[in-house]
Design a protein around this ligand. Structure first.
Ligand SMILES: CC(C)(COP(=O)(O)OP(=O)(O)OC[C@H]1O[C@@H](n2cnc3c(N)ncnc32)[C@H](O)[C@@H]1OP(=O)(O)O)[C@@H](O)C(=O)NCCC(=O)NCCS
Length: 245
């Protein structure tokens, strides 16, 4: 079985199915305001070359999806990492303003294909279109895949954990590092997820009898519930990493 990597620019017919596959791999609550406003723009003609769909040659099944966006990189990468770079990347594409860097936004692989190197191929596939566009660096606000299992650990401390062999404890950070990426630093408010109490109850299956902080399954940070305001906010951290381009 061979897996083909196809650009969304060449195969717009696959985008809906790829998005459905990718969406099924994230926690239901993990949608930000920036995402609602700007995500679909990634598949417009001027950004579609930066989105890669992985297809099983034999069955035609979509098994992976990788998203990235060019943006203007200034002196520092912001604490509002993922939301910021999605918004600014899409706005730059819309206005035709200059960009000098690529940011990875997401990589998703069906569970049946994990541990096969496909995730690494998807990250590599982001680079040729970036070079072709004249971009000179590549960064990623990385979501460590096992952090949710360690809800009490400080994010930066968790990200710094190493195995006995010296490689990162977290498998997804390990993959990035194995590709030559290095850590820039945490983006502690990378994804802001807000919802009413009813929405959070629906998304998590939990009830929230009092205001305060709750650990919710799959989250990298606690959910803050404010009963009086009928509001729950989760500020998800990511780790800015820089890849060789
Ligand atoms: C993040 C994601 C794309 C990584 O895919 P992956 O296939 O697990 O990644 P890798 O192939 O690089 O594997 C990473 C490590 O986990 C191991 N691994 C992953 N899945 C495995 C499996 N099913 N069996 C055995 N080992 C597995 C790999 O061997 C590797 O370990 P190593 O560094 O010791 O070799 C995938 O987990 C995913 O789609 N998650 C949901 C979406 C997500 O969280 N995306 C990340 C934020 S953008």
């Amino acid at each position: 079985m061979a897996i083909a990597l196809l650009s969304a620019k060449d195969r717009p017919d696959l985008v809906d199915a790829a998005e459905a596959m990718g969406g099924s791999l994230w926690p239901q609550w993990l949608t930000t305001a920036a995402q609602r406003s700007y995500w679909s723009a990634l598949y417009q003609p001027n950004l579609a070359a930066f989105q890669t769909i992985a297809v099983d040659d034999t069955s035609g099944e979509i098994v992976g999806l990788a998203n990235s966006v060019p943006f203007w990189r200034g002196d520092a990468l912001p604490n509002t990492g993922w939301d910021w770079v999605l918004e600014h990347g899409v706005l730059a594409a819309r206005s035709g303003s200059a960009t000098n860097a690529l940011s990875a936004l997401a990589a998703a692989v069906l569970p049946s294909q994990r541990g096969t190197g496909l995730a690494q191929r998807l990250l590599e596939a982001m680079k040729p279109p970036a070079r072709a566009a004249g971009l000179t660096s590549m960064v990623a606000p990385v979501r460590p895949t096992l952090k949710a299992l360690y809800p009490l650990q400080d994010f930066a401390t968790y990200c710094a954990w190493r195995r006995d062999d010296g490689t990162p404890f977290d498998p997804w950070l390990r993959t990035h590092e194995a590709m030559g990426a290095h850590v820039i630093g945490p983006a502690m408010a990378s994804q802001t997820i807000t919802g009413t109490l009813a929405q959070w109850q629906h998304w998590t299956g939990l009830k929230f009898p009092a205001s305060g902080r709750y650990a919710i399954p799959g989250a990298l940070a606690p959910l803050d519930i404010d009963l009086a305001a009928d509001l729950g906010i989760c500020l998800e951290p990511n780790l800015w990493m820089e890849h060789p381009l």
